[in-house]
Ligand binder design. Sequence first.
Ligand code: LLP
Length: 426
Amino acid sequence: MDHFHYRGGQLYCEDLPVADLAEQFGTPLYVYSQAAFLDTFNALRTAFAAVDPLICYAMKANSNLGILKMLAERGSGFDVVSGGELYRVVAAGGDPGKTVFAGVGKTDEEIEEALVAGVLMFNVESEEELENIARVASQAGKVAPIALRVNPDVDPKTHRYISTGKKESKFGMDIDRALRVAESAVKIPSLTMIGMHMHIGSQITTVEPYAGAVAKGVDIIEKLRKMGHPVRWYNVGGGFGIDYKAHEAKPIQAFADVIVPAVQSTGCRLAMEPGRVMSGNAGILVSRVLYTKQSGEKRFLIQDAAMNDLIRPALYESFHKIWPVSVPSGLPAPPDDFEGAIAGTDPWDVVGPVCESGDFLAKDRALPRLERGALLATFSAGAYGMVMASNYNTRPRAAEVLVEGTNARLVRRRETYDDLILQERL
Ligand code: LLP
């Protein structure tokens, strides 16, 4: 079920017209559908049920407290990569005991905080980090639960900036090194290796990279156990892709079909860290057209969302569907295919007010002519949208609204100018 849909030419989020939300809360505005989040959460639980999955939502994709609370209430765990993210889990009522702590550069303070909070396990990314966690745990009189992050050296076939499982990436340890580190870890009393972790990249749309990676993992877990490590968690990370353009990503069940048998063969419980697949298509960015202008043949739609609100197009040249919130009559709502010609449209660059040529949400995008004040929806903006927003050009960050049926809750108010200078001193 698509929780962002058009009725009578008007875009709705669940049962609310998006135009009403823009009126009430202003623009630029992130609008999230609770049902969309929960549909995916439940689909993951069902597809992976055979290996008793702990879904550790990768909150780096979207860490709004309202969303975390909604997920925590339904038993979700979390994947955190900083002390700040762990702080959010606790603030949202999440369970640190269902939280995994990843990241290549954990500080001593962050390790201490995670030990005190009682995280389920640390995903350990290097030999030095392992030694440091052991030292910090020992000083605190604790035993740190850990999972080794192994880099399986597979090509996830995704954008190079979000590929993490190849040998040359900074993440994890290659298999030989990981096994050597594991040997030496057997004797460390302040560590207990209860898991094995891998995460090969993000926006992965095919199952083959997982098939290759999980098979290697099975072998690694067997070796770790032979050394005496009580490995009972197989953490396959995140990375499941979503549909940005058409139907490019394989459904969750297809990923489950290759992952479940491998995990089952180890007798481990499955942990996973889905971020984008849960949040990406659960959110849109709504903006308002400020001006249109033409320069030679080029048409520009200048609207009030900018690269500081959604940096993905500028950073990764990523494609986000963009379509009017109120569709002019005679046009589809929205087209399934943006590749071919769409009658009644022209190519427009959708740009924001920021003073950079890289400030665009789309280039040469088929759109109808729109008037000042028209509303635009940028789709698939729920993941890595607001979390990567900045105040560049001293622009207040957008507001965020969480919709449930006919209810809209402001889960983050729009920033004020005062918010923007609060930390600074004359
Ligand atoms: N686990 C680990 C260890 C990760 O590094 C990541 C994402 C995830 C889980 C969640 O991956 P997901 O399920 O969302 O694919 N800003 C980029 C994406 C960066 C991904 C970073 N790591 C973008 O906008 O595409």
